[in-house]
Design a protein around this ligand. Structure first.
Ligand code: URA
Length: 196
């Protein structure tokens, strides 16, 4: 159902409306989410960033990465000249109860919307922040310690689009584990080198 709904969307406004109308992801109805949270950033961004799921601030404001982790993400993007030049979204569009990680099934249900967002923005590259985004888009089950800083080729299910994708650490993880920041900065440098 998500695949047909997403495929019918010719622009991001239509996609946001299709997500708003979509009732196929149980996480939406578990009671933590008060609204849908789709994206922020320019529709013609050279880069799409995919996170995990909205948190409390995102649920309150209706935009992804607007809380503490979002400030950290903005600093990460700024460090490679991408402030306000990234289209930012998540693997699911509703706040999970207790901010738990969305299950692989919940991510798979929502994935056609993420794919269509990437198709419509048509960025040059993807930055995947954290293991859940990496698992969802690249079907990689290893931890982020193994996957960060390695290039992957992301493909739509239909095979009509392929893009280089780089996993790195989630900004919320970096706030808890500041010692991982050095690795994240070197991932970002790698990303910027390929982009520029
Ligand atoms: N963490 C995420 O993964 N996404 C958000 O939108 C906010 C925090």
């Amino acid at each position: 159902a998500a695949r047909e709904a997403a495929a019918a969307c010719q622009d991001l406004e239509a996609l946001a409306a299709a997500i708003e109308a979509f009732e196929g992801c149980p996480i939406r109805f578990e009671g933590a989410a008060s609204r849908s949270v789709f994206s922020r950033g320019p529709a013609d961004a050279p880069v799409v960033v995919v996170g995990e799921a909205p948190g409390a601030e995102e649920d309150r404001l209706g935009r992804p990465f607007v809380g503490k982790a979002g400030k950290m993400l903005d600093r990460m993007l700024e460090s490679i000249g991408l402030a306000d030049r990234a289209f930012i979204t998540n693997t699911v569009f509703w706040r999970p109860p207790g901010n738990r990680t969305p299950s692989p099934e919940e991510q798979v249900v929502c994935r056609p919307f993420v794919e269509q967002a990437i198709r419509l923005v048509r960025p040059r590259m993807l930055l995947l922040v954290g293991a859940p985004a990496t698992r969802c888009l690249l079907d990689q089950a290893e931890g982020i310690n193994k996957l960060h800083g390695r290039w992957f080729e992301w493909r739509t299910a239909e095979g009509d689009l392929e893009l280089p994708a780089l996993p790195t650490f989630h900004p919320a993880f970096l706030m808890r584990q500041p010692t991982a920041k050095a690795m994240a900065w070197s991932d970002l440098k790698l990303f910027a080198e390929r982009l520029n």
